[in-house]
Design a binder for this molecule. Structure first.
Ligand code: SAJ
Length: 433
């Protein structure tokens, strides 16, 4: 097996320098390893060289910039011989095929194969359906390189980054490692033990580690779905959901999560889908996905209910990011909410005529091409309704009297539980999840 491991002087190649790979490369480079950060996009490498890291998390940028341009972290377009190869490339879900798109993983494995030496260790971090490390990566490495499977180490170790606290979670979270054999598991275990503060748990094999990762995010997605469904049912009973959940959560074995406008980000909306690829028993998991995706329509219903008529309406949408205090808009429910404005059914006024909805999106964290963003006051001035889609701190701090003064009408749809009694007292008609 790999002789030098978690002792901080191995060569480690990180394939794919995205939101997982770049912080991971910095983690190893900051802990004494010689790291090769490999990415097939020359523009990205050039930007990193000239401008440094551009995460929205300054502690992470400092951590990456500290090693960029030093002998600890070399940026390269092509694979190079290394003791360890970490695969951190995207694995988007291909909705047309109903399967994970493993082409980036395969391409990375093909590149590694030509540089693989006996006893080197390959570790997959990208989220993949169970069996991928052994069947797809293992076979690709063997087919494209000159080595038999038994002569190198192959393991899976899922990434655990949380937008908003990437560096903290990268350094402090526990990790799971599962290899195709004990040597591979041990090699991966030693590598991560040397650089993180959390524990490294060993799985009996790679497929178990792959499954465990998917189970974590599927569990969270399904638990958010039950919170969302309970919230809708609560409202049907005239009960405000969140205070009811807080009471229910007084029980030691109950922990209802927060309802909201749906689930976004790069993990929860996608990972549960990977479980259905080789199983006929995915049922509740799919329904949970549908419940969460359907929350955007429910928020629309609350809005329509509040306004009564959508003709010539001005709506301020507060929050474009997929969750509070981040700039990330991937799979954001707010984006789907705004897109729904363009659908013909959303535009029918109660008198049957065309309605014109003027949507003004305000998000102090987001700066995104293609989406027109408004300042807080420009979004609120003359608005008939305000819809809270993201729980940014700035929104929690809003003064309801000021909001009421600026608006024309008084409808507030609070999909994030930001408002309290003072919003009613300010004369606002609040519909809360
Ligand atoms: N959300 C709710 N209600 C809640 C909690 C979250 O509606 O009670 C929504 C959020 O607003 C957001 C979405 O769910 O739209 C996902 O947010 P999140 O904070 O639950 O998770 P992510 O996607 O940012 O990161 C998840 C995390 N996984 C788990 O908590 C099990 C993170 O720890 C993983 O590292 C990450 O996926 C990953 O990379 O897989």
């Amino acid at each position: 097996m790999t002789t030098v491991s978690g002792d901080g002087n191995s060569t480690v190649s990180v394939h794919g320098l995205g939101y997982v790979g770049l912080p991971t490369a910095a983690l190893f480079a900051n802990n004494g390893h010689t790291v090769y950060g490999i990415d097939t996009q020359p523009d990205k490498l050039e930007r990193l060289r000239t401008e440094g890291a551009d995460f929205r998390e300054s502690d992470l940028n400092d951590y990456v910039d500290r090693v960029l341009g030093t002998d600890a972290l070399h940026l390269r377009e092509r694979p190079i011989e290394s003791d360890y190869h970490l695969i951190c490339v995207p694995t988007p879900f291909d909705h047309e095929r109903g399967a994970a798109d493993l082409s980036y993983v395969q391409a990375a494995a093909e590149g590694i194969a030509s540089k693989l030496r006996p006893d080197d260790t390959v570790i997959v971090e990208s989220t993949v359906p169970p069996g991928t490390t052994a069947n797809v990566v293992g076979e690709t490495l063997e087919r494209n390189g000159g080595l038999l499977r038994e002569t190198f180490n192959l393991a899976f170790c899922p990434e655990t980054v949380l937008p908003g606290s990437i560096l903290d979670e990268l350094r402090n979270n526990d990790r799971i490692v599962g290899g195709l054999d004990d040597e591979a598991t041990a090699a991966a275990h030693d590598l991560f033990t040397g650089v993180i503060n959390g524990d490294v748990h060993t799985a009996p094999d790679a497929a178990t580690a792959e499954f465990a990762k998917l189970a974590q995010n599927t569990h969270r997605d399904a638990n958010i779905a039950i919170a969302n469904e309970l919230a809708k049912v609560a409202r049907d009973h005239g009960v405000v959901p969140r205070p009811a959940f807080e009471l229910a959560n007084e029980h030691p074995r109950v922990d209802i999560l927060h309802p909201g406008p749906g689930v976004g980000g790069h993990c929860l909306p996608v990972d549960p889908l990977y479980l259905g690829e080789h199983s006929d028993h995915v049922d509740l998991i799919e329904r949970a996905r549908a419940v969460n995706d359907g929350m955007v329509d429910y928020v629309w219903d609350l809005l329509e209910d509040g306004l009564g008529d959508l003709a010539k309406t001005q709506v301020a949408v507060f929050g474009l990011a997929y969750k509070g205090n981040v700039a990330d808009t991937r799979n954001s429910p707010a984006k789907r909410f705004i897109e729904a404005v363009d659908e013909p059914t959303a535009k029918v006024a109660t008198d049957g005529g065309e309605s014109t909805i003027d949507v003004r999106v305000h998000d102090p964290h987001v700066d995104e091409a293609g989406v027109e963003l408004w300042s807080e006051s420009a979004a609120l001035d003359g608005a008939d309704a305000v819809v809270f889609m993201t729980d940014h701190d700035e929104f929690t701090e809003l003064n309801p009297d000021t909001v009421a003064e600026r608006m024309d009408d008084n409808v507030v749809v609070d999909a994030r539980g930001l408002t309290d009694e003072s919003w009613h007292e300010a004369g606002l008609d609040v519909r809360r999840l």
